[in-house]
Design a protein around this ligand. Structure first.
Ligand code: ZN
Ligand code: ZN
Length: 357
């Protein structure tokens, strides 16, 4: 973890701060290797401290490298604040997008008003993945794809959305994932028009749309995948139409990905296809997002994002068309940006497929 700690120190100097503090599990995992839920990192020019309570000391000794591990008793954040005061630190950066008012209030009880919000001070580093990180994301993606392939026989008449979703999460854990990287989405029929609907008691009927959005977390890294199928019979023309539009948009976006292109331009490569087909209003979310230690992280791909793609970024490409009361389609792949394009990590076919049982 030493190179990541050193890069945080470089960024601290650039922001005129003498320390960085984080209480956020994904950030702390990235910077220390710790995969538990409660810890405080404090990085200064000279020191890298990992602060935790009794519950996590043994786990930290096993997982954390590059830090002086200190077990504190009492309220962890107040004690961490006291440590800040003892070290004489005067401008301690925190990431406001991850930090609650209550956390800062507790730190201030120990240290006074020395905390400074600096957007993505450490998390900016997470946007470009190291080869080892891409390998772990690929493994998480392959695990989830294996589950999707193996669960196909269970997608049969009468199965409930929540029953199918639960099977995914069981299989993820059984195969070595620490769990789902987000609540699995399984939606049938007209309910597939809900981009992030919650699986319920609906039972699968012939000719239903089947939208599955799933991912797992393995060895601390996430995956994300969406496929939309039709069950039992040839779908209506309207469905075939929105499927083809979505797939064309998705492929157009994949072809636009390379270093130096803005996220906005990649979003437009998909969005323009959908808009020209008359469904612009029915694609109401961004094209995709970064994936790493969090399933949704920077960069964001949407019409406003001026972020430039760089080799090593891992992003999703997931256009969708949603017709309320009828149904929706979303097709999502996970890709790693390469020096001249992208490597599509998702291998599951995406031509329109009719599931039969
Ligand atoms: Zn997804
Ligand atoms: Zn996604």
């Amino acid at each position: 973890m030493q190179p990541r700690i050193d890069r945080v120190r470089e960024r601290l100097a650039g922001h005129g701060c003498d320390a960085f503090i984080s209480m956020t599990p994904p950030v702390n995992q990235y910077l220390s290797g710790f995969r538990g839920t409660t810890s405080v990192l404090l990085i200064t020019e000279q020191h890298a401290l990992f602060l935790c309570d009794f519950r996590y000391t043994e786990q930290a000794q096993d997982q954390v490298s590059g830090y002086d591990i200190r077990e504190l008793s009492g309220r962890l954040l107040v004690r961490a604040g006291e440590t800040v005061a003892e070290m004489g630190l005067s401008r301690v950066a925190f990431e406001p997008q991850y930090t609650t008012y209550g956390e800062i209030h507790a730190l201030q009880q120990g240290a006074g008003d020395v905390f400074v919000p600096v957007d993505a001070l450490a998390s900016k580093l997470r946007e470009v993945k190291e080869p080892g990180e891409i390998a772990l994301i690929r493994e998480a993606s392959e695990l989830a794809e294996g589950v999707l392939a193996d669960l196909r026989p269970f997608i049969g008449e009468g199965v409930q959305e929540r029953e199918l979703a639960a099977r995914f999460e069981y299989e993820f854990k059984k195969r070595g994932a620490s769990g789902a990287s987000f609540d699995t989405i399984a939606l049938f029929g007209a309910r597939s028009s809900l981009p992030h609907g919650e699986p319920g008691a609906a039972a699968l009927q012939p000719e239903d749309t089947v939208l599955i959005d799933c991912g797992c977390r393995r060895a601390g890294y996430c995956s994300d995948l969406t496929r939309t199928y039709v069950f039992g019979r040839m779908p209506d023309v309207w469905f075939q139409n929105i499927y083809e539009v979505t797939l064309t948009a998705q492929r157009n976006a994949l072809a636009a990905i390379r270093p130096g292109v803005t996220c906005r331009e990649v979003d437009a490569a998909a969005r323009d296809v959908i808009t020209e087909a008359g469904f612009g209003e029915q694609f109401g979310h961004g094209l995709g997002h970064g994936v790493g230690v969090e399933v949704h992280e920077a960069p964001r791909l949407n019409p406003q994002s001026e972020t430039l793609l760089e080799a090593g970024m891992v992003i999703t490409v997931e256009p969708g068309v949603y017709l309320p009361g009828q149904g929706g389609v979303r097709i999502e792949d996970l890709v790693a940006v390469t020096s001249d394009g992208c490597d599509v990590l998702t291998r599951t076919p995406k031509e329109l497929e009719i599931l039969v049982k």
